[in-house]
Design a binder for this molecule. Structure first.
Ligand code: PRP
Ligand code: URA
Length: 208
């Protein structure tokens, strides 16, 4: 199942708090960070482990150490930046690649205005972060960019997804897994998720 709605009670509780119409910028940012940490925890559950021997206070001891590919986190500007610190709290050595996409309000198509990727993407797991998966146009375009640069392990974390976006993502990139705090009801005629969060970028940056 490429789009996974995380059933954990903390996730369900916190995404509910995010939906308050008059939520403050501070609270929205805090909850976004907390959910990003929880989603990162879920999305890394199958990372392979190796063994290393370290000097412990009681002498040499064999401990577990993450042994697979290194990670690049990929925030989609702007709103994805709101999840970045939370993910880096969990994976502090990750490198960051940035993609700037804005949805055209008429066509709902993503317009690319910035990209800066770390090197050797073929050797890295990419964790794309964006609070909203609406039509999935922005997510699909970002995955296309990563694949063109050789990335072979691509995962995504979103706070809220629309069923229309889930279907589009599963069709375009069936092997990419996406963890979400919620799959909502539908998209409205303006491409907004219902019930959704409203404009996540505006809420994180305090614009509008
Ligand atoms: C929002 C959101 C996603 C995109 C989702 O960004 O953060 O990137 O829309 O919509 P889609 O699934 O239909 O592509 P927006 O373009 O509003 O830009 P912003 O983050 O700068 O506010
Ligand atoms: N972008 C948002 O910020 N919210 C939506 O509901 C859809 C796209």
């Amino acid at each position: 199942m490429p789009v996974i709605a995380v059933p954990h009670p903390l996730v369900r509780h916190k995404v509910g708090l995010l939906r308050e119409a008059d939520i403050s910028t501070k609270k929205f940012r805090e909850l976004t960070g907390e959910l990003a940490r929880l989603l990162a925890y879920e999305a890394t559950a199958d990372f392979p482990l190796g063994k290393v021997t370290i000097d412990c206070w009681s002498g040499p001891v064999e401990v577990d150490q993450i042994a697979g590919r290194k990670v690049t986190v990929v925030p989609i500007l702007r709103a994805g930046l709101g999840m970045l610190d939370g993910v880096l709290d969990m994976i502090p050595n990750a490198k960051v690649s940035v993609v700037g996409l804005a949805r055209d309000h008429e066509t709902l198509q993503p317009v690319n205005y910035f990209e800066k990727f770390v090197g050797h993407l073929d050797e890295r797991t990419a964790l794309i972060i964006d609070p909203m998966l609406a039509t999935a146009g922005s997510m699909i375009a970002t995955i296309d960019l990563l694949k063109r640069r050789g990335c072979q392990d691509i995962r995504a974390l979103v706070l809220v997804a629309a069923p229309e976006g889930v279907a589009a993502l599963e069709k375009a990139h069936p092997e990419v897994r996406c963890w979400t705090a919620s799959i909502d009801s539908h998209l409205n005629e303006h491409g907004y998720i219902i019930p959704g969060l409203g404009d996540a970028g505006d809420k994180i940056f305090g614009t509008k």
